[in-house]
Design a protein around this ligand. Structure first.
Ligand SMILES: Cc1cc2nc3c(=O)[nH]c(=O)nc-3n(C[C@H](O)[C@H](O)[C@H](O)COP(=O)(O)OP(=O)(O)OC[C@H]3O[C@@H](n4cnc5c(N)ncnc54)[C@H](O)[C@@H]3O)c2cc1C
Length: 496
């Protein structure tokens, strides 16, 4: 008899949610995490006694009656989450050419707020609202309906976001405003499917929230619930190999040689890493090469700021700045002209109401720029790497200071992370921000099914469905329906 019903590889949101759902439904689960700390991108880390987020800053859909709220209610964590709703009339500000445009919460409010800046574009904005809602209506699990294969999700993976926005309005400035938070999905106008733009934008317009004192709380609450349900979590337990017998997986082998047996295996890590763990002939060569050849989303350079006490205001919105009147920065990425854009936000610590204690900023960075330091150990990459980071940090700080005069003077200290840090933390190829790059010109190739040809191996995490807290939540539910049944699980979630 195997020790567990299900072994789950990886304790990011994907792994933890699968563990939460399956243990709630009576399965004996074991989650294996290679790092010391559970949570993957949900992890927070401390510098100068202050908490910083790794990879989750704000989410949508947490209002009562909204999708993420209901999923987290079923998971049993909604009441204990410490969240802070962003400004109703401006949860995101999109800034270019010396002017800021606000995204407001609530679709009517969103339209009316932008109509103030674009009075002649009312019809276009109403059309945008209607189309976003129409698109999202075709995604059953996003709407807490069983996915019975009747909705045409695929159609919206075939449409590119650039064409979609251009068809809404010929007004270039409004086009840029509507695409202004594309850093949330590493948008490329002729590659990113409109589905991704619509699902993310819709949930934020319905309600945008930050996690007070960091997103680790999501991981901690899920871990506590899994343990209450009798589940096991093992840290420092990197899975090296998946062993097979008669075409089915039998056990996971850890880096220390320990063997963990189970009936089912869910891999909630990057699919290429999963494929490296098994030489099973059941997985066809064509499947392996398709997955291994997929492109990744770009990586990120992030900064973590600590302010002097009471020196910089807490801003209850996210600020996207672009140096040019063209917000699609990835296709024209150029290290010489860096940074082209950034997202800046103050962090919602319990003490930050009038003043912020900390802030973070993010901008794209290609892995190639740091690649040659990859083989040196963390902390031992030498002066050249430290100089590189310092130079980049100074450039980004100078840009933020231009938009927020006094920002630099209010800093007590700062820290940086490069694509190498992202790679080390999350195990994504080349420190990719959001995993596999979806491609509207070849959608079937870039969408990953939770099912594999190995009957007891399922996939989960951000590469199944889409990335982000909501995307990974929906993807985890999809994965678990393979074991529990679609209608059964949705019934349970809706009646939580
Ligand atoms: C900079 C940044 C900012 C972001 N901001 C937001 C945001 O504001 N809002 C939002 O909704 N989303 C945001 N995201 C996206 C979101 O964080 C991710 O999509 C999501 O957390 C991914 O969860 P996951 O479970 O798929 O993977 P991960 O969080 O990457 O978890 C994978 C886990 O598997 C472990 N692992 C890997 N290999 C092994 C192995 N061999 N054995 C055992 N364990 C292993 C890893 O250590 C890790 O803990 C952001 C991402 C980044 C990078």
């Amino acid at each position: 008899m195997p020790t567990y019903d299900v072994v789950i590889i990886g304790s990011g949101l994907g792994g933890l949610l699968c563990g939460n759902i399956l243990s709630k439904e009576g399965k004996n689960v074991c989650i294996l995490e290679k790092q010391d700390q559970f949570g993957g991108n949900l992890q927070t880390f401390k510098r100068d006694g202050k908490e910083f987020d790794t990879g989750v800053h704000y989410v949508g859909g947490l209002g009562k009656g909204q999708n993420l709220h209901q999923y987290f209610k079923y998971a049993g964590i909604i009441d204990d989450l410490k969240i802070r709703q962003l400004d109703n009339d401006a949860f995101d500000k999109i800034n270019f050419e010396g002017k800021s445009y606000s995204y407001a919460q609530g679709f009517d409010n969103f339209v009316e707020t932008l109509v103030k800046d674009f009075p002649s574009e009312r019809n276009a904005l109403v059309e945008y609202k209607n189309q976003i809602k129409e698109i999202c209506g075709h995604f059953p699990l996003y709407n807490l309906r069983p996915n019975l294969g009747l909705d045409n999700e695929h159609y919206y993976y075939e449409k590119c976001v650039g064409n979609f926005i251009q068809a809404i309005t010929p007004n270039k400035t409004l086009q840029n405003v509507l695409a202004g938070n594309n850093l949330l999905y590493a948008g490329i106008p002729n590659k990113t499917p409109v589905a991704i733009h619509a699902l993310i934008t819709n949930s934020l317009i319905e309600g945008a929230y930050r996690f007070e004192d960091g997103s680790q709380q999501i991981a901690d609450l899920l871990i506590a619930s899994i343990r209450r349900n009798g589940g096991t979590l093992m840290n420092n337990s990197e899975v090296k190999k998946l062993q097979e017998k008669n075409g089915k997986l039998e056990s996971a082998v850890l880096i220390n040689g320990e063997i963990i047996e189970a009936d089912y295996f869910i891999s909630a890590i990057h699919p290429t890493l999963t494929l490296e763990m098994t030489d099973s002939k059941v997985l066809r060569k064509s499947y392996r090469s398709r997955i291994n050849e997929l492109d990744e989303t770009i990586s990120v350079f992030a900064m973590y700021f600590v302010f002097k006490p009471d020196s910089f205001p807490y801003l209850n919105y996210n600020y996207y700045h672009f140096n040019e009147n063209d917000v699609w920065s990835i296709p024209k990425y150029n290290p010489e002209n860096w940074p082209q854009e950034y997202l800046f936000l103050t962090l919602p610590t319990s003490n930050s109401r009038k003043y912020a204690e900390t802030a973070t900023a993010m901008t794209y960075m290609q892995f190639d720029e740091v690649k040659h330091w990859e083989n040196s150990k963390i902390g031992n990459r030498g002066n050249e790497y430290e100089e590189f980071k310092k130079l980049k940090a100074e450039k980004l700080i100078a840009q933020i200071d231009r938009q927020y005069p006094g920002f630099k003077a209010s800093l007590s200290t700062y820290y940086t992370s490069t694509p190498l840090s992202m790679k080390a933390y999350t195990g994504t190829r080349n420190g990719s921000m959001y995993g596999i790059l979806h491609d509207c010109t070849d959608p079937l190739r870039t969408r990953i099914s939770p099912k594999t040809k190995i009957p007891n191996l399922l996939l989960s995490g951000q590469n199944v469905n889409i990335h982000g807290v909501l995307g990974v939540t929906v993807g985890s539910v999809l994965t678990c329906t393979e074991m529990l049944g679609m209608e059964y699980l949705l019934e349970k979630i809706n009646h939580a």
